[in-house]
Write a protein of this length. Structure first.
Length: 256
């Protein structure tokens, strides 16, 4: 689950943004009046909404540090354009103007979530098996099988079994994998064909698909193929920020 933070001096703004986030996305939310309060618990955040106004310039320096240390997507919120170039300097994901437009906010949040999920899907699995640590590229996994208390990764180079919960592995693998059966997670990029009750993989193996999962799987696979075409033939290709370019600033001061 992604973790989203809101840092805003105005209590009303903190509550407004927290409510919008919870209505828009399924994620953890932490709010605080300043950056020091936000970081006091030692948590790491995937996305940060940061209010910047006069007298808050020290917040920008702290935001730059967590942008680098945590690879957090930072979204500035301000009543004017004064901090647009500061946002460029810390490589902010976006810049929103107050009062916050709810539809605009939801759109930016969705794009930020998509960006972070894409990043996480590219990250290799770090697992411990047979007394050693392994880095497994997700694109090399055909499917994951649940066997007793272990999960088994069926890969191009063979199999690797280790102790883990299937639900945890499902969350780690991300949206490129689909839980087609209580005992299987399938890499959507490894699917050759499918029918009611089974999926044929590109390596020639066939795995089970629960009948009640058929419609959901069909929709997920169609969405995967659509995304695959959009990303020039490879879902694992470098993502292009969803069409957003940092140098584009509207006359209002809000980023496209």
């Amino acid at each position: 689950m992604l973790q989203v933070a809101v840092c805003a001096g105005e209590a009303a703004l903190r509550e407004q943004l927290k409510g919008l986030i919870l209505r828009t996305q399924e994620c953890g939310v932490r709010v605080a009046a300043d950056m020091r309060g936000l970081l006091s618990g030692g948590e790491q955040f995937d996305i940060l909404f940061l209010e910047i106004e006069e007298g808050m310039r020290d917040q920008i320096g702290i935001a730059a540090e967590i942008r680098q240390d945590m690879d957090t997507l930072v979204i500035f919120i301000s009543s004017g354009q004064d901090y647009v170039f500061d946002a460029f300097n810390v490589q902010a994901f976006h810049y929103l103007l107050k009062p916050v437009d709810e539809e605009r906010f939801a759109d930016v949040l969705c794009r930020a979530v998509h960006e972070k999920m894409t990043q996480k899907e590219k990250e290799p699995l770090l697992i411990r098996a047979k007394g050693s640590f392994y880095r497994v590229e997700k694109k090399n996994i055909f499917y994951v099988e649940n066997v007793a208390r272990k999960v088994v990764l069926h890969m191009k180079g063979g199999e690797l079994a280790y102790y883990a919960r299937m639900k945890e592995v499902e969350e780690e693998l991300g949206s490129c994998f689909f839980r087609c059966h209580r005992g299987y997670l399938v890499n959507l990029g490894a699917v050759r064909s499918y029918g009611m009750g089974s999926i044929l993989l590109k390596n020639g193996e066939t795995i089970l698909m629960a009948k009640q999962k058929y419609s959901e799987f069909a929709a997920a696979y169609a969405g995967f193929l659509h995304a695959d075409y959009r990303h020039t033939g490879s879902h694992y290709a470098e993502n292009q920020h969803d069409g957003f370019q940092r140098e584009q600033i509207l006359e209002s001061g809000e980023w496209v």
